[in-house]
Design a binder for this molecule. Structure first.
Ligand SMILES: Nc1nc2c(ncn2[C@@H]2O[C@H](COP(=O)(O)OP(=O)(O)OP(=O)(O)O)[C@@H](O)[C@H]2O)c(=O)[nH]1
Ligand SMILES: [Mg+2]
Length: 393
């Protein structure tokens, strides 16, 4: 039950991982930049992340170059996919350790393995669960959903038992037991103390986890490259309410996912939240339209089921903007949302609806934030200092 040892183990894993990740990330950044540049001028609708966006203008890619450009886009996507797979292979953390234990627990439950007795007679999953519970109570988030399509708990039966029909219906009791225990501990009673669910969605690496950590003092993992995978839960308790914070996997990931996965994440998150923060960092380029499409698609379908979470948009700027620029950003967001609704409208015929039917927008629904860090290069290394401005905002 000593979680200090787990923390130490996590630090060792991090050290090991950093050296493996650095060269892969550098190559990924290079390819990604080249791809973004090409996509600006190439009228292709990419496989996977089409998201319903309008093709970019072909102005920069005259006829002769077009085939070459499209071919290069395909190559870059393949390279990015392969780099991401290699990054995923070395992306081990304490979460992978817990996930393995949960998986093992499930295999014991269905009688496929002998459980921890394989290692040592005295070991039991009960003590693992007690340890995980300590881990969660000391502020670490619960890795609630993982993989694609999103799965509950740890068990991936089809990977281990492809012959089992209906195998995907097995749930993970490990996480279930943890949640039941927390439920008992916290004395969850929504009549006495309301339960608020607040979540964040947005493009990959847009600073979602950083934002939630700043806002609610959570400990979601943050690092460059695809970091959050699946869905994490953090619990907060105040005298008046219980707050569940959901941190989600980044959307519009060119190299890893497709828009079905994005819609699944958005739908799942919005379906169970009271407030959803839609986070975006940097330019309001073509990807913002794609992001809004995914969100509005989810909102439209939830509306049919009479579920309407409150939505807040957070725009994180790369540099400080003045008041006038803030107004312009907000106007751009509204315009982009309107356009996305029109496109959705065409797809979802014969239903007719307007932006106001899906999202309630008032002066407080769109926040413009400065950058969380001042980036600098010292002795050839990138360093980031937290800015007070971000925390104040
Ligand atoms: N310069 C700068 N860096 C930031 C800012 N916010 C986050 N970062 C850094 O950007 C990287 C990604 O931040 P995360 O908070 O992990 O982003 P995320 O959206 O949760 O990423 P995924 O979970 O992978 O989708 C981290 O290295 C952060 O330290 C910001 O406002 N400015
Ligand atoms: Mg994250």
């Amino acid at each position: 039950g000593d979680i200090n040892l787990i923390v130490e183990f996590g630090a060792c894993l991090d050290d090991w991982k950093q050296s493996k990740r650095a060269p892969l990330l550098e190559a990924k950044l290079r390819f990604r930049k080249e791809l973004d540049k090409l996509l600006e001028v190439t009228p292709e609708v990419p496989a996977g992340n089409s998201g319903g966006s309008k093709p970019a203008s072909a102005a920069g890619a005259p006829g002769g170059d077009l085939t070459g450009a499209l071919q290069r886009v395909g190559e870059l996507r393949a390279e990015l996919g392969s780099l991401q797979r290699r990054l995923d292979e070395v992306d081990v953390s304490t979460d992978s350790f817990w996930l393995e234990l949960m998986l093992w627990h499930e295999l014991e439950r269905i009688g496929a393995r002998r459980g921890l007795r394989e290692v040592e007679e005295r070991l039991s999953f009960a003590s693992c669960k007690a340890c995980y519970l300590n881990w969660v109570k000391s502020g670490n988030p619960i890795h609630f959903l993982h993989s694609a399509p999103l799965q509950f708990g740890a068990f991936e039966p089809l990977r281990w038992h492809p012959q089992l029909s209906g195998a995907s219906f097995f749930g993970s009791d490990f996480i279930g037991d943890i949640l039941r225990e927390l439920d008992r501990d916290l004395g969850v009673d929504v009549r006495r103390r309301p339960l608020l669910v607040i979540s964040v969605i947005g493009v990959q690496s847009s600073g979602k986890s950083t934002l939630m950590n700043y806002l609610f003092g959570c400990s979601f993992a943050t690092h460059v490259g695809r970091c959050t995978k699946g869905l994490y839960i953090s619990l907060l308790e105040t005298q008046k309410e219980l707050i569940v914070i959901l941190d989600t996997e980044g959307l519009l990931s060119v190299e890893a996912r497709d828009d079905v996965f994005d819609k699944q994440v958005a739908l799942m998150t919005m379906a169970c939240s009271d407030l959803v923060i839609v986070n975006n960092r940097g330019e309001l380029g073509r990807h913002v339209g794609d992001l809004f499409q995914v969100c509005l698609f989810a909102l439209y379908h939830l509306k049919l089921a009479r579920i309407s979470p409150a939505i807040g948009f957070v725009l994180q700027c790369l540099s400080m903007v003045n008041q006038q620029q803030q107004y312009e950003w907000v106007a751009t967001v509204k315009k982009s949302l309107e356009e996305s609704v029109q496109e959705l409208q065409q797809k979802e015929k014969p239903q007719s609806f307007q932006l106001g039917d899906l999202v309630f927008l008032d002066s407080e629904s769109i926040f413009v934030m400065p950058s969380a860090f001042n980036d600098d290069v010292q002795f050839g290394l990138q360093v980031s200092r937290a800015t007070n401005l971000y925390a104040l905002k």
